[in-house]
Structure formats: structure tokens, C-alpha cells
Ligand binder design. Sequence first.
Ligand code: SAM
Length: 290
Amino acid sequence: MQLRQALNAAVERLTIEHVPSPRLNAELLIMFTLDCDRAYLYAHPERGLAADEMRRYDEAIRRRATGVPAQYITGHQEFWGLDLIVSPAVLIPRPETEHVVETVLELARLGEGPESQKRRTGVSAPRIVDVGTGSGAIAIALAKELPAAEIHATDISPAALEVARANAARHELSSRIKFHEADLFGGLPQGWFDFVVSNPPYVGESEEEHVQLEVRKFEPRNAVFAGPTGLEVIERLIPQAREALRPGGWLVLEISGTIAEGVELRLSGWSDVRITDDLQGIARVARARK
Ligand SMILES: C[S@@+](CC[C@H](N)C(=O)[O-])C[C@H]1O[C@@H](n2cnc3c(N)ncnc32)[C@H](O)[C@@H]1O
């Protein structure tokens, strides 16, 4: 079968199964099967597919048609311009989470100016902990952007940490990030960090039916759901973050519109509390200073 025919048949199948963006998915999975880029697809529509290529493409399309996210089929997702390995042990990093990275960078780079150096020396080498690191997305992006930072990353899931370590190694950052298997902060030092950053589980079980079926069925439950209201992990994390931070240190959290009010309430007693929206206008990042 020719590439163009295989692609069109896959688009049709994914359309029938109500997979969103069927052409995009069909193209992504044929690029994965043939290990080529999109330009190659357009340049060689008449290329014949070998039996083995056809079998692998069929299998990828069959899995996608059952709802398996394309990223779990290809094993990859881009985050902050970096290619990350993903497996069903980790949440697929989302573009919204890049706002968390942006916020930390904005605050850390403010810290490099002469004004704040007067307030605290050594802030150009910030100490950062990423709580609930999953694939390592946030910790790895920050390690790339802040070459002098000391970075720790925790997760309660050993399988997720394995993926995070593999990602750090792929990007030659193994020596820059210390990974810890821990419930939130575990035994990390108190009063030490300049930044606590986290994209914790924050979806409430009461909202479950509004969550995309693919997320519910295929992404790790303990990465998505926090408990009945969605605030259960965050309400433990906020007081522990206060212990972990040095005075003047920042907490930067990914949140959702549903829990924004509850988060703000739990941040009373902190200074410089601010919640910012994502590109869809949904409350997405909460920051607060100890
Ligand atoms: C929403 S995912 C975020 C993953 C990654 N940071 C990202 O932004 O793509 C939440 C992560 O927190 C971890 N987690 C859940 N409860 C935890 C806890 N009590 N302590 C540490 N990690 C936890 C999950 O295993 C999961 O990897």
C-alpha cells in the first residue's frame, strides 16, 4: 500500500472512532512508524509501505482508536522545546505547565538583579525543589534554563521517578537534579529552598465525569486526582512548602480555575499572593512568597 492510501485509511478509521484531530494523529503515528518528519510525508506520498511497516502502523492506529494517547504510543512528548520520554507511569506534560516554568524563571531572574542581591546573596544559584516531578518536565526545563541552580525533584511513584531519571540522563542533566522518592518533601531540609514548585494532582473526584475519557482511562490516577475536592494534596503541600522555604522564598503552583479560590484561601498569611491565567483565560499558576 502507498503511504498516502495508508494515511487516508487511518484518518477514516480514527474519524469513525471519534478520535479528535484524526489527520494530525494519523500523520504523527506514521511519522513514528517510519521514523521520518512531516516534510518526508508530503514529499513521498507514493512511497510503498513494507509489510512490517504496515503491520506496525496498523497496530499504532488500532491502539489510538481505542483511546490510548498518541504520546503513550510513540513514547515521547515535547515540553519546553525538549523531547521527553513518557510512559503510562507518568502524566503527559501539558503546554499549560510551561506557565509554571515561566513564572519561576521570571522570579529567579528578578533575583539576579542588583536590588535583590542586596537582599540576599547567592540567589543567582537558586535552590529549587519540584514536588511531584512525574516525567521530570519542570525540573528538567529549569535545570536547562538555570545552569547554576541546585535542583531537587520528588515523586511518590518509583515508576515515575525512573522515567524522570531517564529524561534527565537523555538531556545530560543527571548530575544537576537530585531525585527523591518521597511523599511531598520527604526528609528534604527545612528553611533551605528559594523555590518550591509543583504541578500536583489537583482534580477532584467529584469532577471526574468532566475529565476527558482518555485522561481517566490511561493517565496515572494518582497524578490527576487528589481526592474528593481536588485540594487534598495542595492543602498538605502549602504548609510543608512554608517549612521547606527560606524566608522570602517563593511557592509556585499549577492550579485550575475550580480550586483557585480554595488555594488563595490556604495562602492567607503568605505575601505577594498572585494567581495568573493561562492562554485560555483559566486560572493556572498561583505564586506566593514566604
Ligand atoms: C499532575 S502530575 C505532574 C507531573 C509533572 N510535574 C508535570 O508537570 O508534568 C503529579 C505528580 O505528582 C505525583 N504525586 C502525587 N501525590 C504525591 C505525593 N503525595 N508526593 C509526591 N508526589 C506525588 C504523581 O505521582 C505525579 O507524578
